[in-house]
Design a protein around this ligand. Structure first.
Ligand code: F3S
Length: 282
């Protein structure tokens, strides 16, 4: 008896669904030119499909300065205040698809820094969402990605701590405990998105119950990378693929049960393709 378990939480989260829908909607309305500030999601297939519909990706502020008309979509990661202002000031029509959960973090850090509090973001300094959050508190926030980095924090008085929405919950708690040893007057807001937590918890459960696990997602997607690490921890036969094409050449071990999960940027059709392939092989 063989078994394939597909995670219920696999694939697009609420914020990504909305952002992708907004871009397709603009393209279908025939609005041109259309740009997205960074790829709308970390998925090459979706980005290529949008490109065929005339949607171009603007990669940074320098490229932004080269355009003077059209519509620009801010993706679910959000952007900093100055970038948003720049888009408007050069005359672009701005469609803001920032996820409401990320917007909430912008409001928290903006208000806290106005109140004179220092901001600590638990997350990856290079992640666009974290760069965007920093942009709502004067780019002055401290970013902590690893527990050892807490030692580098200076003496601070009043501190507000937030998290990148896709950060690992267990690691977030460990870092918060370490920050508490600093004895700041701190206010900690757990801003990890439920979609991420639920996906991680379910992935760990499934990976612990199967002989092989497949994690589907873009190679630059940090939430998929985290899912992969979680699964690999409990299931040594864990595969990280972008599409079915990556799985076929690797072959498949002789197993009786397989689990499938996918990052927040993985379209349903890719998950279904992998699911059908695995069923046909078992
Ligand atoms: Fe938003 Fe959570 Fe997705 S923050 S973009 S719903 S992972």
């Amino acid at each position: 008896m063989t078994d394939v378990i597909v995670a219920k939480t696999a694939g697009f989260c609420f914020g990504v669904t909305k952002a992708v829908e907004k871009v397709y909607q603009q393209a279908e309305e025939g609005i041109t030119p259309i740009y997205t500030y960074g790829p709308i999601i970390h998925n090459e297939e979706v980005v290529a499909d949008l490109e065929r519909k005339g949607v171009r990706v603007i990669s940074d502020e320098a490229a932004l300065e080269q355009i003077h008309e059209g519509t620009i979509v801010i993706r679910s990661h959000g952007v900093g205040r100055t970038e948003e202002e720049k888009m408007r000031s050069i005359g672009l029509q701005v469609v803001d698809a920032t996820c409401p959960f990320v917007k909430k973090i912008h409001r928290i850090v903006s208000k806290a820094s106005e109140d004179g509090r220092s901001i600590i973001i638990i997350g990856s300094a290079e992640h666009p969402e974290v760069k965007g959050i920093r942009g709502w508190c004067g780019n002055s926030a401290y970013v902590i990605g690893e527990i050892e980095e807490v030692e580098t924090l200076p003496a601070l008085d009043r501190v507000t701590v937030v998290s990148q929405t896709t950060f690992n919950y267990k690691k977030f708690k460990e870092i918060v405990e370490k920050i508490k040893e600093k004895r700041y007057d701190s206010c900690v807001v757990n801003t990890i998105c439920n979609a991420t937590q639920e996906r991680q918890v379910e992935a760990r459960q499934i990976a612990g119950a199967v002989e092989a696990m497949i994690v589907i997602g873009g190679k630059n997607s940090s939430n998929t990378q985290k899912l992969y690490n979680i699964c690999k921890d409990v299931c040594p036969h864990t595969y990280y693929i972008q599409t079915l094409v990556d799985l076929e050449p690797q072959g498949f071990p002789n197993v009786r049960s397989v689990g499938i999960t996918a990052g927040a940027s993985t379209p349903k059709n890719i998950i279904e393709e992998v699911h059908s392939y695995v069923r046909s092989k078992l």
